[in-house]
Design a protein around this ligand. Structure first.
Ligand code: GLU
Length: 268
């Protein structure tokens, strides 16, 4: 009886593994994208200057990167379709198959590397604190005991819990709501990447960013952790390497994070 059961289990495993490997051969994502003639990318719509809508146009650093990747993969930068994601739903949208990959201000962290595969980094950002000008907050430690806005699911949320454990956190689902909280004086500070704070300060000079950075990490393109996505990841890595060598990543930084944000320049 036990022998039969073990034999059955082994046969089932062989059939299952064969089916899986056939599926991998058939559904390599890069091949499917080429057949389909369209790259589907999850991007932010609320994270100026990376992915945001202004005058009805979706634009930003991440949007440009996605167009450049479409050009490399499909020979035409226009062959890209954008799907809106935010910090809390981007991984679930990736795994639901809504997008081929994410170019969404996503910081590489060891915890996320357990769940998704990352490309090589294409940008570096530091965790910073935004305050209304004239507020007495000077460092991350000063946030203890004060109301601070974080965007749920971000590295800013996690880092703040570590660096200012007594801070009174107010979590928002997206940047629009978080920045509105600051405009409406719901909290004394907001913490996230310096690159995103810089985008907000460009339009709202009554706010400023403290010079301290309490972590520095890379943004990378995220893929489903599966064999089918590997060739797409290699292609994206090669493209990012080339963009870096040719100085194009620096050019994009100059375009989207201009001298308007002196605070941001200081951090680099
Ligand atoms: N880069 C940070 C993160 O991945 C914050 C920016 C974002 O909301 O995506 O959590």
């Amino acid at each position: 009886m036990l022998k039969k059961f073990i034999l059955g289990l082994m046969m089932f495993s062989v059939i299952f593994l064969t089916a899986c490997s056939k599926k991998q051969e058939k559904s390599d994502l890069l091949t499917s994208i080429k057949k389909r003639g369209e790259l589907v990318v999850g991007v932010k719509y609320d994270s100026k200057p990376f992915g945001y809508v202004e005058n009805g146009k979706l634009q930003g650093y991440d949007i440009d990167i996605a167009h450049l990747l479409a050009k490399r993969i499909l020979g035409n930068e226009k062959l890209v379709r954008f799907v809106e994601v935010n910090a809390s739903n981007r991984i679930s949208k990736l795994y639901a198959g809504d997008v081929d990959m994410l170019v969404a201000t996503m910081t590489v962290t060891p915890q996320r590397q357990e769940v998704v595969d990352f490309s090589v980094p294409y940008f570096y950002a530091g965790q910073a604190i935004m305050i209304r000008k004239g507020t007495s907050i000077k460092t991350v430690g000063d946030l203890n005991g004060r109301r601070v806005i974080i965007i749920l699911g971000t590295t800013g949320e996690k880092n703040l819990r570590y660096f200012a454990p007594e801070a009174i956190l107010q979590g928002y689902k997206n940047y629009q709501e978080g920045f509105n909280g600051m405009l409406n004086r719901k909290a004394e500070a907001l913490t996230t990447d310096d690159s995103i704070i810089a985008g907000f300060i460009m339009d709202h000079p009554e706010f400023t960013m403290l010079p301290q950075r309490y972590s520095q990490d890379g943004y990378a393109v995220a893929f489903r952790k599966e064999p089918e996505s590997q060739s797409l990841k290699y292609e994206v890595n090669a493209a990012i390497g080339e963009l870096r060598r040719k100085g194009y990543l620096n050019y994009l930084k100059g375009q989207w994070l201009p001298a308007a944000s002196n605070n941001f320049k200081k951090s680099k």
